[in-house]
Write a protein that binds this ligand. Structure first.
Ligand code: XIL
Length: 369
C-alpha cells in the first residue's frame, strides 16, 4: 500500500496530536491475515455453469470492497464477473479519511474509485455521518465555536466533491436509530449540531457538493425489529418535512438465518412506500448468529439461501425506477466482517475458493424468475 496522501483540511492547525499505533481496524483489514485464517469452505460447490449475477439482474448488483483486496487477482476476477457496483467497506468513512491532526487522506478511496472506473463498475459512497465514528480531530473542537459546524460541512464537501461525477449515491446518514427503536441515537454530531439538524445539514451540504447524486439514509435490523422500522420511517418523514434533500433509502439487511419468512418482503415494501429509490445496501445472512432451532448446518445454509432469494424477489418486484441496487456485504466468505468476528460463519454467496454456494444458486434462480 502506498503512503497516504494527506490533504490539508479545515481541521488542520488545531495542534498536532501523536499518530496512533496500528488500530484494531487496520489489523482486521489486513488481507494476508485474512487469507491465512480463512476457514475451510463448508458448503459444497453447486454443480452446473455459473451465470454472472450482473447479467441476470435488471438492476445493479453491488458488493463491498477493501482496497487491500484489489491486489488479489482471483478476488477481482470474481468481483468483476458478478458485480456491477462497489461500496467501500470502511475506507471511505471518517475513520480512515480523517487523520488525528485533522488532515484528510484519500489514497485508498482513490484506489477503489480508480478500480471501479477502469472496469466500468459503479462506485457507491459510504458513509458520511455515523454515530460510531467521531474522529479525535472533531472531538477536540470547542463546541461553542462555529468551527465545529464549519469543519463538518467542509468534510462532507471535500469527500462528496472529490467523487462528484463518479459516485452514483452516498450514504449521508448511517444508523441514526437506536437499537431498540425507542428514539434516535445520541452522539457527538447530534449533541453539537442538533438531533435532526445535524442530519438535515449533512444532506444539504452533500447536495451542494454534488447536486445530481442520490442521497441516502441507511440503517439495519429493520426486518427483525418492527419498532426500529417504525422509528426509521418516522425519521425519514421528519427529514423530508424539514426539507432535507434525501432522495433514497437504504436497508442494510444484515440478517440471521433464523429470520422469519416474510419479514424481508414486508420491510422492503414498507420502505418503498415513500416512492423513493431503495438500496438493499449490505445484505449478508449469518449462520452462527441464528437461533438454535436448526437441526444441522445444512438446514441453516438452506434457510440462508431462502432469505437471499426472498430479498431478491421482493426487490425485483419494486417499480424499476425505485430499484437503486442490491448489494451483498462481501464476495467470498473469508473476507466477510462476520467471519472476522467468528471464523465458523459463512454469510455470503461464495466460499473461500470462490465457488458458488447454495445461496448463490438461490439468488441466481430468483433473478431468472
Ligand atoms: C463494517 C465493516 O464491514 C467492517 O469492516 C468495519 O470494521 C465496521 O463496519 N453497517 C454499516 C457498515 O453501515 O459500515 C458496517 O461495516 C456493517 C454494519
Amino acid at each position: 500500500m502506498k503512503r497516504p496522501t494527506q490533504v490539508p483540511s479545515p481541521l488542520a492547525g488545531e495542534g498536532r496530536i501523536p499518530t496512533c499505533p496500528l488500530s484494531r481496524r487496520t489489523l482486521l483489514a489486513a488481507p494476508l491475515a485474512l487469507t491465512a485464517c480463512a476457514p475451510r469452505a463448508n458448503s459444497q460447490p453447486a454443480p452446473g455453469p455459473v451465470a454472472p449475477l450482473k447479467s441476470l439482474a435488471p438492476f445493479p448488483i453491488g458488493t463491498c470492497v477493501q482496497a487491500g483486496f484489489l491486489d488479489d487477482p482471483a478476488y477481482t476476477a470474481l468481483l468483476t464477473e458478478h458485480f456491477s457496483q462497489i461500496t467501500a467497506e470502511w475506507e471511505m468513512k471518517m475513520e480512515y479519511i480523517v487523520l488525528p491532526d485533522g488532515t484528510f487522506r484519500f489514497d485508498r478511496p482513490d484506489a477503489m474509485a480508480a478500480f471501479a472506473r477502469a472496469r466500468g463498475i459503479r462506485l457507491f459512497g459510504h458513509a458520511l455521518v455515523w454515530y460510531a465514528q467521531t474522529p479525535d480531530a472533531f472531538v477536540r473542537l470547542d463546541e461553542r465555536r462555529a468551527s465545529f459546524g464549519q469543519a463538518y460541512d467542509r468534510y462532507i464537501t471535500a469527500v462528496v466533491g472529490r467523487y462528484r461525477g463518479q459516485a452514483v449515491g452516498w450514504d449521508v446518514v448511517n444508523e441514526a436509530v437506536r437499537d431498540d427503536g425507542s428514539a434516535l441515537r445520541d452522539h457527538l454530531w447530534s449533541q453539537r449540531l442538533g438531533e435532526i439538524d445535524h442530519m438535515v445539514r449533512a444532506f444539504h451540504v452533500a447536495h451542494a457538493a454534488d447536486p445530481d447524486v442520490p442521497l441516502f439514509i441507511n440503517d439495519y435490523n429493520l426486518e427483525s425489529n418492527p419498532a426500529k422500522l417504525d422509528q426509521y420511517q418516522r425519521l425519514i418523514e421528519r427529514l423530508l418535512r424539514a426539507g432535507a434533500p434525501l432522495t433514497a433509502i437504504g436497508c442494510q439487511t444484515h440478517c440471521n438465518a433464523d429470520l422469519a419468512s416474510g419479514a424481508l418482503t414486508r420491510t422492503i415494501n414498507a420502505l418503498a412506500r415513500f416512492g423513493l429509490q431503495v438500496h438493499v445496501s449490505e445484505m449478508d445472512v449469518s449462520l452462527v448468529r441464528a437461533g438454535g432451532w436448526f437441526v444441522s448446518r445444512e438446514e441453516k445454509a438452506a434457510a440462508q439461501a431462502r432469505l437471499y432469494a426472498e430479498a431478491v424477489t421482493a426487490f425485483a418486484a419494486l417499480p424499476a425506477a425505485q430499484q437503486f441496487a442490491f448489494t451483498i456485504w462481501g464476495v467470498r466468505d473469508p473476507e466477510s466482517w462476520l467471519v472476522r468476528e467468528n471464523r465458523s460463519d459463512a454469510p455470503l454467496l461464495f466460499d473461500g475458493e470462490g465457488q458458488p454456494k447454495a445461496a448463490f444458486r438461490a439468488v441466481e434462480a430468483a433473478l431468472r424468475a
